[in-house]
Design a protein around this ligand. Structure first.
Ligand SMILES: Nc1ncnc2c1ncn2[C@@H]1O[C@H](COP(=O)(O)OP(=O)(O)OP(=O)(O)O)[C@@H](O)[C@H]1O
Ligand SMILES: [Mg+2]
Length: 254
């Protein structure tokens, strides 16, 4: 099926392929190992015919911190879903760490996902588990030893400022605290790539900035961070490159 798009077209040109430095998208870049994420002419059309992304090409370098902005429904979550294999592209290629995701199934997909931390838009915390158990669960599921799990938990909770809430249940936390648990869970296994979908979506300006500071700190130790947000002010305050999604198409914003 080839559903036709009813979206309006902008006269502005779509963004250059490289998010970080404006370098040309070249064969040499493709070969270089410093590219952690590569999208090559990616289109995503959902089974109901909704075209969420249209002909996206993008390369992200290891160690980058990139914002993706855009109004509701512009395709931000869909883009992140393609990067962790939550959705598959309809056409085009998605590569993470030089591995094409659409070829991966079962164990191979799980293995690649261990290199990607995801902060979900709706947190996805386990309600009847404490903060500590929510974060530990990720490590346990990935086969970390008990000793290693204990070694990692406290420093991670400290990093997000939740060491005093370790034994609380999610319903006993504020929105900002729940958001920080979801960040702790995404980073506790120290994945090289962190995808954060609207991590400040439900937060006031102070809490939003606190979350961004945590993400910046993670980036400073080498983690590649991709953050979606519709908070234009937050993006303006930061000194990181920004891409904008509009109607499923990508534009360079900053
Ligand atoms: N599972 C799905 N099936 C069909 N259409 C979908 C599905 N998920 C998303 N869409 C559609 O794809 C488009 C992009 O959705 P997406 O969730 O990626 O937007 P978004 O930019 O993350 O929005 P928001 O800021 O509200 O989170 C929207 O038109 C949405 O209705
Ligand atoms: Mg979204």
């Amino acid at each position: 099926m080839s559903p036709s798009s009813t979206r309006s077209r902008s006269s502005q040109k779509p963004a250059p392929a490289t998010a970080s430095s404006g370098q040309a998208h070249s064969a040499a870049n493709h070969a270089a190992t410093n590219i952690i994420v590569s999208l090559d002419h990616v289109t995503k059309t959902y089974p109901n015919g909704c075209q969420a992304l249209e002909n996206l090409s993008l390369q992200i370098k290891r160690g980058d911190f990139l914002f993706i902005t855009g109004p509701s429904g512009s395709g931000k979550s869909t883009l992140l879903k393609l990067l962790y294999g939550g959705e598959r592209p309809t056409t085009g290629k998605v590569l993470v760490n030089s591995v094409e995701l659409s070829g991966l199934r079962g164990n191979n997909l799980s293995k690649l996902r261990r290199q990607i931390g995801v902060v979900f838009q709706d947190y996805k915390l386990i309600p009847r588990r404490t903060v500590l158990e929510n974060v530990a669960f990720v490590l346990w599921a990935q086969g970390f030893t008990r000793k290693e799990i204990h070694r990692r938990l406290l420093p991670t909770l400290k990093l997000v400022g939740l060491q005093d809430k370790a034994n609380c249940f999610p319903e006993e936390l504020s929105g900002g605290e729940q958001q920080r648990v979801s960040i702790a869970r995404a980073i506790v296994s120290t994945p090289p790539l962190l995808l954060a979908d609207e991590p400040t979506g439900n937060l006031d300006p102070d809490n939003s900035w606190q979350v961004i500071k945590i993400l910046k700190k993670l980036n400073s130790i080498g983690i590649t961070v991709i953050v979606t947000t519709h908070d234009e002010q937050l993006v303006r305050q930061s000194n990181h490159p920004v891409l904008q999604l509009r109607n499923g198409r990508l534009f360079q914003a900053k």
